[in-house]
Design a protein around this ligand. Structure first.
Ligand SMILES: [Zn+2]
Length: 179
């Protein structure tokens, strides 16, 4: 039994059939959750060993972007709206490029970036996330050059220190310090 983390490559979609806790990208299968990799009759599944029972479909979560790939971002979930207690398990949510915005997003790097703090809606199993709603999206972002906190300027973010502008899917609550 192999232990896998979200984003770990399992194999190609020709070798295996996608099961629970697995996602496919460009013909490759990756673990969507942390857990034990189980392969039965060519079906590759990941049995999560740390489910987050407190979080269900429809919840709104706050998290930090920990990885950005071709068509998705991995988000470390920090808290759930309406819940004062810290979460017992910090799960990794998946934001697929098709769930970022109502508008077509060509490049996920123009919507979220490494270490951004985002607000997202849980839309399915394995912490599948969406930021399509206006209030969802990036709440706080750091400049890619000087790491200063960016400020909103129209539909872009601007660095007050070096003047760099960056594109994001910005939440209507950006920079308010509340969510
Ligand atoms: Zn800067």
């Amino acid at each position: 039994m192999r232990v896998v983390m979200p984003g770990d490559r399992i194999g190609s979609s020709e070798e295996y059939i996608k099961g629970e806790g697995v996602y496919e990208e460009n013909g490759e299968l990756f673990a969507a959750v942390a857990g034990n990799l189980v392969i039965e009759d060519r079906v590759a599944s990941v049995r999560s060993f740390s489910p987050i029972p407190e979080i269900v479909k429809g919840d709104v979560i706050l998290g930090r972007v920990v990885d950005v790939r071709n068509s998705l971002a991995l988000v470390e979930v920090a808290s759930k709206r309406g819940e004062k207690r810290p979460l017992t398990n910090k799960g990794i949510g998946i934001l697929h490029i098709s769930n970022v915005d109502e508008k077509y997003v060509k490049n996920i790097n123009e919507a979220v970036s490494y270490l951004d703090i985002i607000k997202a809606r849980v839309i399915g199993d394995n912490l599948r996330l969406s930021t399509k709603e206006n209030e969802m999206g990036v709440l706080k972002a750091l400049c890619g050059v000087c790491r200063s906190e960016m400020v909103r300027e129209g539909d872009m973010l601007k660095c007050p220190e070096c003047g760099r502008t960056e594109k994001r899917k910005i939440s209507t609550d950006y920079g308010k310090g509340e969510w």
